[in-house]
Design a protein around this ligand. Structure first.
Ligand SMILES: CC(C)(COP(=O)(O)OP(=O)(O)OC[C@H]1O[C@@H](n2cnc3c(N)ncnc32)[C@H](O)[C@@H]1OP(=O)(O)O)[C@@H](O)C(=O)NCCC(=O)NCCS
Length: 147
């Protein structure tokens, strides 16, 4: 993978917003203020993948008691299919586990084949289905994984 995985603090809100916009390409926009608010909240871990000086992607987790939620995961299009997404998921789950999480959840759009393939390959299973969950009207799958 040849990228470093590093923890990020509230000072990274602008960077996370920029990575998110590039990775989701016109999808749901989370601006720097949204990230700043999230990062200031309890139980939140942001982890960035960096190659040299260049940030390539990140994961955002929130852990409350023994439950973790993956809030978002993003890898730049130019850096995909080199194991960064998988490494970020493992690092995010580890951070949540260190906070006491025993189980993790996430929501993913039913038509997001790349993300669903990544989660299936990393041991996540279906835990539910939310109809019309996203702003564009698409459904979400709820996936979970024991830690
Ligand atoms: C989903 C995403 C994070 C994957 O990141 P990535 O760095 O490319 O993922 P990895 O290289 O670690 O892939 C790990 C495995 O997932 C699966 N996978 C990933 N992308 C895939 C694709 N486009 N098609 C099929 N399988 C895919 C494969 O099994 C892959 O292993 P392999 O490359 O050895 O075959 C990235 O595509 C992305 O940022 N997408 C836009 C944002 C998004 O959808 N985030 C998730 C929201 S829930």
């Amino acid at each position: 993978m040849s990228a470093q995985i590093v923890a990020a603090g509230p000072e990274s809100a602008g960077l996370l917003a920029a990575l998110h916009a590039k990775a989701f390409d016109g999808g749901e926009i989370w601006d720097a203020d949204a990230f700043e608010t999230l990062l200031a909240g309890p139980g939140v871990d942001a982890i960035i993948a960096v190659r040299g000086e260049a940030p390539l992607g990140f994961i955002l987790m929130r852990t409350i008691a023994d439950e973790a939620e993956m809030l978002t995961l993003a890898v730049l299009p130019s850096a995909r299919r080199s194991g960064i997404g998988r490494a970020l998921v493992e690092a995010g789950l580890q951070a949540s586990q260190e906070r006491g999480a025993a189980r993790a959840f996430l929501e993913v759009a039913v038509n997001n084949q790349a993300a669903i393939a990544l989660y299936r390959a990393s041991g996540w299973g279906k835990a539910g289905h939310r109809a019309r969950y996203y702003r564009d009207g698409s459904d979400a799958l709820v996936l979970s994984r024991l830690l």
